[in-house]
Design a protein. Sequence first.
Length: 220
Amino acid sequence: MDYYDDLDESDTELQYRHGISLAEEALRVFPEILAASVSLQRQITTAAEISPELLKKIALIIDTNLAAFYVARDGPRWMDLKLVEMKEAGLVYVYYTPPTDPDQIACFLSFLITYESGVKVLYLYEVHVLQQFQGKRLGARLLAGLHQLATDLQQNGGALYNPVGTALTVFSDNTKAFAWYKKEKYILSPGSPQDKRLRSGKLRKPEYYIMVRLNQARFT
Ligand SMILES: CC(C)(COP(=O)(O)OP(=O)(O)OC[C@H]1O[C@@H](n2cnc3c(N)ncnc32)[C@H](O)[C@@H]1OP(=O)(O)O)[C@@H](O)C(=O)NCCC(=O)NCCS
C-alpha cells in the first residue's frame, strides 16, 4: 500500500487517494462471495470513482430503508444533502450483487478514516441490506468485515491508518439498529449527543447518537 501524508481532511485530493488505499485494504478483508439465498459477489468502489448510476441505486436503498428518519431530521430535501455526503472524499463502498443480476445491490456499507472525539477511527457512514435480503446475517457479516478491517489497519496500517476502532451515527429512533450496535459492543462516544432528563422527569432523546467500538484486544 502507498502511504501519503498524514490525514488532512481539508485536502480533497489527498482524501480521495486515502480512499483508494483503504479500498485496497478492504479487498483483503471482505470476502469475494457472501452466501445468502444466492452467492452474492463483492464489488468495491470509492467516492472518487463512483458512477452516477451506482450512486442513484445506493441512494434508492437508503431512501427505501430510512427515508422516514431522514425526512424527520433534514426535511423533504434530505436526499440533496445525502447525495453530497455520499460523494465525500475518502469514502469507500463495499457492495454485493447477485450473480444473475449484477445491477441489483443486495447490501452495502460505506466508510472512511476520520477522527471521532479526537481519535482516529474507521467511520461507518452507511450499512444497508435490501429488504428482501434482510435477516440472513448479511448485515452482521458486513459489520464483522468492518471490525476486522479496523483491527488489521491498527496492527499493520502504519502511522496513518491506525484506527483505535470503528464509529458510526445512528438515529435514536432506529431502535433495531441501535440495539444491534449495542450488542456488537458499541457504546456512546464521549462526543455523542446524549439523552436529557427534563424537569418533568421525562427523558428527551437527541435525534441521533454517535457510537464507538474499540478494536478487540489481540490476546483476549
Ligand atoms: C440493520 C441491518 C443492516 C441489519 O442487517 P440484516 O442483514 O437484516 O441483519 P442480520 O441478519 O445480520 O442480523 C443482525 C442481528 O439483528 C437481528 N435482527 C434482524 N432482523 C431483526 C428485526 N427485524 N428485529 C430485531 N432484530 C433483528 C438478528 O437477529 C441479528 O441478531 P443476532 O446477531 O443476535 O443473530 C438491516 O436490517 C437494514 O438494512 N436496516 C435498514 C437500514 C439501517 O437501519 N441501517 C443501519 C443504519 S445506522
